[in-house]
Design a protein around this ligand. Structure first.
Ligand code: PBG
Length: 341
């Protein structure tokens, strides 16, 4: 090679700040603490039950006693917030999802038991009818196959009060009906639960990445006449981003305390957009399919599971999420602890 006499050594060399881990950590722009993570828990009836979820390696459906054991482990690692999802027996699923209003439902039993055994736990109750619905929808479905908005909102408001009465700290409407945040806030306040917070699934997309979750709860829409095959009339179109701003403005005006974007990694632009449009805390849900992809490729030896999981979560935080729901919360907290040693 001939020396190029016109070339001048660069004055700015970004690599100066990448020379070793100490200097990299000095200039690192984003950090993610275990205290910012929420661990979803799948709960089943019974005692001493651990049912592995096939499409979510490392995660299981647990009976309440086993859930408590795991919550204690998570709390010891610094993960103290749990989102509870019940696997409702088919015999309790109905078209109107009435079991959601049962004061002694599986979720409410879990809330009581976890609160009693883990006083530091903060519990998030999901508000949507799908675990209780015989047809697998988040809302009430008319005989003609329409997902009914206002009728559903009334039930969801009662459901939120039901879980608040059991001791939920946060209610998280994941249903995407219009007007539900306002109805839930009003119902909670009238029932005296002014301190129960609302974390709204604000921009929840009609995503195919929820597959493993629906397998875990056996909650997918059923294949029957006059039952919509998907959730596209209420969850958002993956092609849309401005619509997420409309949803965020409505939820904030209706009294949401925190807003969520879901899924996480494919929707980083939405997280960033909402971050710039609201002062509320933003949560992101690193969903079951995102977790499953990394786990599966890790098992095949195609990806480094730990590195890819950490990279995914820090990327979601960098995009602007303050809070991340992830099935890898305990793994992340362990890795974080090791890195501090
Ligand atoms: C249902 C609900 C879903 C998830 C959380 N709450 C599934 C759905 O909307 O069908 C998905 C979470 C995940 O995939 O990890 N209201």
């Amino acid at each position: 090679m001939r020396p190029d006499s016109s070339w001048q050594p660069p004055i700015r060399r970004p690599r100066r700040l990448r020379q070793n881990e100490t200097i990299r950590s000095l200039v690192r722009e984003t950090s993610l603490l275990p205290s910012q993570l929420v661990l979803p828990q799948f709960i089943v009836e019974g005692h001493d039950i651990i049912e592995p979820i096939e499409a979510m390696p490392g995660r299981c459906r647990l009976s309440i006693d086993r859930t408590i054991t795991e919550c204690k482990q998570a709390i010891a690692l610094g993960v103290k917030v749990f989102a509870l999802f019940p696997r409702v027996p088919d015999s309790l699923k109905t078209n109107d999802g009435q079991e959601a209003l049962n004061p002694d439902s599986l979720v409410n039993q879990a809330i009581h038991a976890i609160k009693e055994n883990c006083p530091d736990a903060c519990l998030v109750a999901d508000i949507a009818l799908d675990p209780y619905s015989a047809v697998g929808h988040d809302g009430l479905v008319s005989p003609q196959g329409k997902v009914l908005n206002d009728e559903t909102v009334k039930v969801l408001a009662q459901m939120a009060v039901n879980h608040a009465q059991a001791g939920a700290d946060i209610v998280a409407p994941s249903d995407m009906m219009d007007g539900r945040v306002g109805a839930i806030r009003s119902a909670l306040d009238h029932a005296g639960f002014t301190d129960v917070a609302i974390l709204s699934y604000t921009a929840k997309y009609a995503s195919s990445f929820y597959g493993p979750f629906r397998q875990a709860l056996e909650s997918a829409p059923v294949d029957a006449p006059n039952v919509p095959r998907n959730k596209k009339t209420y969850q958002m179109d993956p092609a849309n981003s401005r619509e997420a701003i409309i949803e965020a403005m409505l939820d904030e005006a209706e009294g949401a305390d925190m807003l969520m974007v879901k899924p996480g990694l494919p929707y980083l632009d939405i997280i960033t957009t909402l971050r710039s449009r609201t002062q509320l805390p933003i949560a992101a849900y690193h969903v079951s399919g995102e977790y499953a992809m990394i786990k599966a490729a890790g098992r095949l030896g195609w990806l480094d599971e730990k590195a890819c999981m950490q990279e995914s979560l820090i990327a979601i935080a960098r995009a602007g999420a303050d809070i991340i729901f992830t099935y890898a919360a305990m793994d992340y907290a362990r890795w974080w602890r090791e890195s501090q040693a």
